[in-house]
Design a protein around this ligand. Structure first.
Ligand SMILES: [Zn+2]
Length: 863
């Protein structure tokens, strides 16, 4: 039942969507995914839920049904309360590692049983929930969300859902009550509505009880032994309103708490905390229950909206016992059939939701129910047949392919080989990940065009784009670079930007309000296809020299409507904005810094071919690595072309980190880069982008210049062999086709640390990882008690380096320069260790004073 471990969570459609959410799914526990995508915003008070019209009678019994899995799921999704299992409760406690709940006094109604199991309860009365996050990072996050570092909240009602023996924990504290029937009736509608939240999660457990088909020897009909313990409680708190607490033994981080909230018409799910309790080691089970080795896809694309496909995939089972495996697939694609090893099986795909409900209540998951429990190392062939409207017409010969990555059944960020055949009408050009092995051929018996694509190395995500394109090409050494651009731009260009979510790679590009409409004639991306190809080829060469060979056979860049760009293996979806001529761009009146960001978008996406596509990230806490590395790589290229612009972009990021939001808070309070997508919350809707691009980029800038100072200008800045790029080349070789985490990345740098950068004589960057990567410091530096004493051949300088506005244990490597005449000459790097650090250095003759970091290589909050 590891299916739920870290699968495929995305922010719901209504939450702030970023480039990377769409590029790749961070692996949050499934429950967060469900919570984020399909929340009825319920508050547990009876008046708010009196919706008898919506409640339906309980689903029919499982036994005897032709679709036992679907029946089970529907039953779990609308499960009501049992008046005969409704009690007074006093002094009950429910404990999980890291989580303590008390139900002091009140009434509790348990849900009807399903296959002999009780999976929920509704409580009203007095109780308390207590969660103590284990570290500073999580306590700060809790404090941002709730105003307190520890969650200690009285509640007046609670809806519980569980998959184990939680009922038994209540049993000794239950007494009969004369009001039982009345209580159960009163809350029936509430319970039924909230049941939907956890139905799929509970289903994956209870599906183990479904009758085994075609294997008499199987012992599948049992939940024991199992390490699968799930508990979700939706509370109505006295001060915090409605909020959630989750415990899931199969999640990477078992305990979490958060709140669904709305601000300025946008829905958010604010994750207050998420952690693994000290007593519960990280689970050793594999990330994904299946190892998908290969996909064979036959897709038929019918512009402007439809896609239908027949997909077969080969996979190896990694753990025994599962009956249900989840795949991500857009909610707008309806699954018609699923086969396992040639035999039809049951599946759950937004059953009983019609089109109008899908976008609001649906999820982008399909659950495949296997006829027998899976066995480790078993080889499976799965086939999915499905179709629906996932494309939309953007005008100007462009289609918007929605749900990228979820257009085929996707089982997580795991590299697989792809063999894809597309059919589509004449007049369109289709570009996909992989190499085109044939097409676009017209045949007599088939009036459609057909093209066939195969990957040359396993990739984690496959995608395609189609439009009425003009093609241009360039060569980057052995790599063919092609651009595909339409003659026009999308019909709502450039006004789309204000309607779309905050900008990802072109973040910060939109001026406040609508973008100004161009006075000039409509731009024609096709006219600039060649210059985009040339520039992309130049980027490929630049990065290949530094980070190792381009990972794929060729690179295609296709124009995409809207302001967002994405870089997939060998295929970049590039915003129409990146196809503008300098004159056309000028018409948009960007500020200079924003123009720079627009200009680096192309090289940023190209750098994702190494950082994000070749080297992936492990968990949501590590996602900043690929975003910040792609961005810093693009900036390194900019530095060779225009050093002044390079510095002003970094300065812009610093300013943004210091800007206060409406509540007077700076992004520092949003948290460290390692909170990943959690940074984007109701208080900081752009938190993830601003922190992972801004602060993340600075973290790499700091590492790079530390190394440059330590190897004083030997290979030289911007040489393909400067120490920073040498280490990154090692990282790209070591982690090619694999995922990296934050500690592994920092360790790769620590391995090559020269003596002069060893804090307290250790070849470790723990001080950087703890204070800077997991921290939010924006310190300020100054020197006091400076003494310049002439010596026989030079001078000695001494003083105290002050580090203010940082945590007391912050350690930072700070470069000090001697001021000689009008020149600043590098002296040494000094470790600022806490608020005051004395230093004593030899300096050249003529030194008048000492300057701190004149080249801005340390992220500070000002001077
Ligand atoms: Zn990016």
């Amino acid at each position: 039942m590891t299916a739920l471990r870290r699968i495929l969570a995305t922010g719901g459609e209504s939450t702030v969507v970023t480039e990377v959410i769409k590029r790749r799914m961070p692996r949050l526990p499934l429950i967060l995914y469900i919570a984020l995508s399909a929340l009825p915003l319920g508050i547990l008070c009876p008046c708010a839920f009196a919706e008898p019209g919506e409640s339906q009678s309980a689903a029919s019994p499982v036994a005897g049904s032709g679709h036992p899995a679907e029946q089970l799921y529907l039953q779990l999704r609308r499960i009501g309360l049992n008046p005969n299992k409704t009690y007074k409760v006093r002094g009950a406690a429910v404990d999980r590692p890291g989580l303590h709940l008390t139900f002091d006094d009140g009434m509790i109604a348990f849900t009807q049983d399903v296959m002999g199991h009780i999976t929920g309860a509704l409580f009203e009365g007095d109780g308390e929930v207590l969660i103590t996050p284990p570290n500073y990072e999580e306590r700060a996050s809790m404090a941002l969300g709730t105003g307190m570092a520890i969650l200690e909240e009285r509640f007046v009602s609670a809806y519980l859902r569980f998959n184990d023996g939680t009922l038994a924990e209540f049993q000794p504290y239950l007494r009969p009550s004369a009001e039982a029937a009345d209580f159960a009736n009163r809350f029936e509608g509430t319970a039924e509505n909230l049941a939907e939240l956890d139905a799929l999660r509970i289903f994956t457990t209870l599906s183990r009880l479904l009758p085994v088909i075609g294997d008499e020897q199987s012992t599948g009909n049992t939940l024991d032994p199992t390490d699968d313990h799930f508990l979700h409680v939706r509370f109505e708190g006295e001060t915090l309103g409605a909020f959630d607490v989750h415990y899931d033994s199969l999640a990477d981080e078992q305990v979490s708490a958060g709140k669904s909230t709305e601000k300025d018409g946008v829905s958010y799910y604010d994750v207050w905390t998420s952690f693994s309790p000290a007593s519960t080691p990280r689970t050793q089970a594999p990330d994904f229950p299946l190892e998908v080795d290969s996909y064979r896809v036959n897709a038929h694309v019918a512009p402007p909206t439809d896609l239908s496909a027949d997909v077969s995939l080969k996979a190896k089972v990694r753990t025994s016992g599962d009956r249900t495996i989840l795949f991500e697939l857009s909610r707008f694609l309806q699954v018609k059939q699923v086969e396992v090893n040639g035999r039809s099986v049951e599946f759950i795909n937004n059953p009983a939701l019609d089109g109008t409900q899908l976008s609001r209540r649906g999820n982008d998951l399909v659950a495949v129910v296997f006829p027998q429990p899976l066995r480790k190392d078993q080889i499976l062939t799965l086939r999915f047949v499905y179709g629906g409207s996932v494309l939309s017409e953007a005008g100007g010969g462009l289609l918007y392919v929605g749900a990228r990555g979820a257009w085929y059944p996707n089982h997580g960020l795991y590299p697989a080989s792809f063999d894809i055949t597309f059919q589509y009408p004449r007049g369109w050009t289709l570009i996909a990940t992989g190499n085109r092995v044939s097409g676009e051929e017209e045949s007599a018996e088939n009036p459609l065009l057909e093209s066939h694509w195969k990957t040359d190395r396993p990739i984690a995500l496959a995608g395609f784009n189609l439009g009425k394109y003009v093609k241009a090409s360039a060569q980057a050494g052995p790599v063919l670079v092609e651009t595909f651009a339409a003659r026009g731009v999308e019909k709502d260009f450039p006004k789309t930007t204000s309607a779309l979510p905050p900008l990802p790679d072109l973040r910060g590009l939109t001026p406040p309000g609508d973008m100004p409409v161009l006075n000039a004639p409509q731009p024609s991306p096709a006219r600039h296809a060649q210059s985009v190809a040339n520039e992309a080829a130049h980027s490929v060469e630049f990065f290949a020299q530094r980070f190792g060979p381009f990972p794929y056979h060729s690179l295609a860049l296709t124009q995409m409507p809207g302001p967002v760009s994405q870089g997939w293996p060998g295929l970049i979806f590039l915003s129409s904005l990146s196809f503008l001529s300098p004159e056309e761009a000028e018409g948009l009146h960007f500020s200079p810094a924003r123009s720079s960001l627009r200009r680096i978008a192309l090289s940023h996406e190209t750098a994702h071919q190494w950082w994000g596509d070749l080297v992936m990230w492990k968990s949501y806490r590590d996602q900043w690595i690929v975003e910040a590395l792609a961005n810093y790589s693009a900036l390194m290229k900019l530095e060779t072309e225009n050093p002044g612009e390079f510095r002003s972009v970094l300065e812009e990021y610093r300013k943004e980190l210091l800007t206060k939001n409406k509540d007077g808070k700076t992004l520092q309070e949003a948290g460290p880069v390692t909170l990943g997508q959690r940074l984007s919350c109701s208080q900081f809707p752009n938190g993830y982008e601003a922190v992972s691009y801004g602060r993340g980029t600075w973290l790499f800038h700091m590492l790079r210049y530390m190394l440059l100072d330590a190897e004083p200008r030997k290979p030289g800045v911007n040489s393909p062999d400067e120490p920073f790029t040498r280490i990154l080349r090692k990282v790209s070789e070591r982690y090619a086709g694999k995922a990296i985490d934050t500690h592994e990345l920092i360790s790769a740098f620590a391995e090559e640390l020269p003596k002069s950068l060893q804090f307290e004589g250790k070849a470790s960057l723990a001080w950087f990882e703890d204070g800077w990567v997991h921290g939010t410091a924006l310190p300020q530096y100054s020197i006091h008690s400076l003494k310049v004493v002439p010596k026989s051949n030079g001078v000695t300088v001494s003083g105290v380096l002050l580090q203010k506005e940082g945590p007391p244990d912050l350690v930072t490597s700070v470069p000090l320069y001697a001021v000689v005449g009008h020149k600043a000459i590098f002296l040494a790097r000094v470790f600022a260790d806490g608020p005051e650090t004395p230093f004593h250095l030899t300096a050249p003759a003529g030194t008048r004073s000492v300057q701190i970091d004149p080249n801005s290589t340390v992220l500070t909050g000002g001077r």
